[in-house]
Design a protein around this ligand. Sequence first.
Ligand code: ATP
Length: 709
Amino acid sequence: MYFKSLTLSGFKSFGKSTVFEFPSRITSVVGPNGSGKSNVVEAIRWVLGEQSIKSLRGKKGEDLIFNGSDKAARLGKAEVKLIFDNSKKQFPYEFDEVIISRRVIRDGTNEYLLNGSQVRLKDIFQLLSTVGFGSTQHHIISQGEVDRILWASPRDRQEMIEEALGLKEYHLKKRDAERKLGETENNLRQIDAQVRELRPHLKYLATQAEKMKATEEYRRDLQEKARLWAAREHGALAEINKDASSERDPLEDELREKSVRIKELAGEIARAEKSFSGLEIKDAVKEKLTELDERRRALERELGRIEGLLAAGAGSKDSEVSVKMIAGELRDTLSFVKEIADKDSFETLKSGINDIKVRLEKLLKLSVGERDAAADLALEKKKQEMSSELREIERTVTELRTQREETGAVREDTLRELREREHEIRTEERELESIRTKLRTLDFAGEKYKIRHTELANFMRDLKIEENALPQAEPFVGDTDRAQLLRQIERLRIKLEEAGGIDISIVKEYEDTKSRDEFLTNELRDINEAASQLKTLMRELDQKLHEKFSEGLKSINEEFLALFRSVFGGGKAKLAYVAPAVSETGEIVEGGIEIELDIPRKRLRSLDMLSGGERALTSVALLFAMSAVNPPPFLVLDETDAALDEANSQRYGDLLEQLAKKTQLIIVTHNRHTMQRAGILYGVTMSGDGISRVISLKLEEAKEFAKEG
Ligand code: ATP
């Protein structure tokens, strides 16, 4: 058997632990009113997960626990245990027994156990759905609820049928998928919102990071160019330095030599000038000569006169000579007068005139022949003195002339030499000046070199370039390359300054944000993937549901029609699926299962028109049809036969027997026709202590037992 046993411990009136075993296809529970039979049915519903305490005739969970009586103490806990034989693995479960238990404790604790392990209600439902049980519990018909399926809304009816067809499982899966999809979509929205929130910031950070990358490139470029520039400049300066000293040294030597030479020349010139001015002083010789010349001429004239006088004395007898002499004297006197006449000096004129007077007196004497011997003697003496003076003058003049000639030659030589030296010194000075100019140019270059050197040092300091980090490079030649490269470097420096410093925290933030974005994007992709998988699953489940539902509905309809006909001796019965729709007034009309009936000889317009018995029979026929198509592990029927008359009770009994071939039946009944079909009969009694007790009965006993109430 499939449904093996049911144990009630402290559940409602079952104050003592009671076990029902179900070794037969049909088990009847009989007993007087109020003995606790319905409590058994409720126990089954409860253990299978019933959530409505109200439907179990209670207000709260506590009401399900044996409440005690005058003679028995109330209990703290109610437990119901249901055991299925699973040796045929009707449940997709490895164990040979499936034991479902439910407990409630007075404090309200409610728990489910599956083979002793605590599980969730959901797990119980999931397990039960695999065998066609579900929350509608269409397989448990409580007292007075036989026609529940007829009263139910098309929608609820559809749910019952779906459950009966074992489609609940798909519904649960679908709902699960739906829930997951909901969560997933929620997740998706949240992550999407996060991504949306992150993106602008990320974009901002990306541009910052991009800028920084560019800055870093500028920096690298700058370093490279700066190093190159420094290296080339360094080389250029080294070369300039080398050239400068090789140029300067000989120039300085030359300068020194020239200076010395110029000094020498200056000395020489000074000396020459000095000796030249010395020669100038000796020009007094010229004056002396003139003076001597004049004296000589005066002496010669005097001498001539004296000689004339003397000659006149000796030759006084010769008148002709005397005339000659007188003429000569006159000529002399005349030329003297001419000479004197040219003189400006009064003194000279005075002495001249005096001379002329003497001459003229002498001439007079001569002409008269007067002679003085003593005078002749004096004249002779004077003549000799004058001759010697003349000789002396001649000698001095000769001497002076020689001296003068010599001095002139020396003077010329000196002058020439002076000129030469002066020329030389000018040449030297010119050359010296040109050397100085060259040296000044070199000095200027040196200054320039120094400036460049300082500039280079500053440049390297500013750009933090170590000298040993300089690359090998061609030295700058000229200024074009140097200036051009420097301009490029300046431009890079400006760019870098404009870009500002690198904020490492921004780079870090960018990387973090980026990986967060990547993570979220991946999440989004995964979640989208999951969502689309869920949607696919839901579509597949829908498809399956649709197929199984229409197939199942068809089979149920076949069974239903056959059962209905056998019960009503003909007619028609059909379940029709009505799809949800929108009415003319715009309301949504729920779809579901409608029941279409045609009872022989009657014209039915609605289910309401059925009699109680007809409703019971129709319901039972439908229930049985449903159970026949997909047999549940068991069916519980609590007095579903109450409204049936003798004939229909008989038919009902027949139906039960047919159905029992497919599923186990647990039937609470007062009806003896029903009892007759049972393989096992349990009698429930309640004595004075308010505790329900169970005994196994024989059919005859059972008939009596049922009447006792
Ligand atoms: P009928 O044949 O009239 O339908 P029944 O055999 O189905 O009767 P039940 O309705 O199952 O009887 O039993 C009801 C009995 O259970 C009542 O006597 C009620 O006092 C008792 N009962 C219900 N709840 C509790 C509880 N928590 N503790 C003790 N007894 C309880």
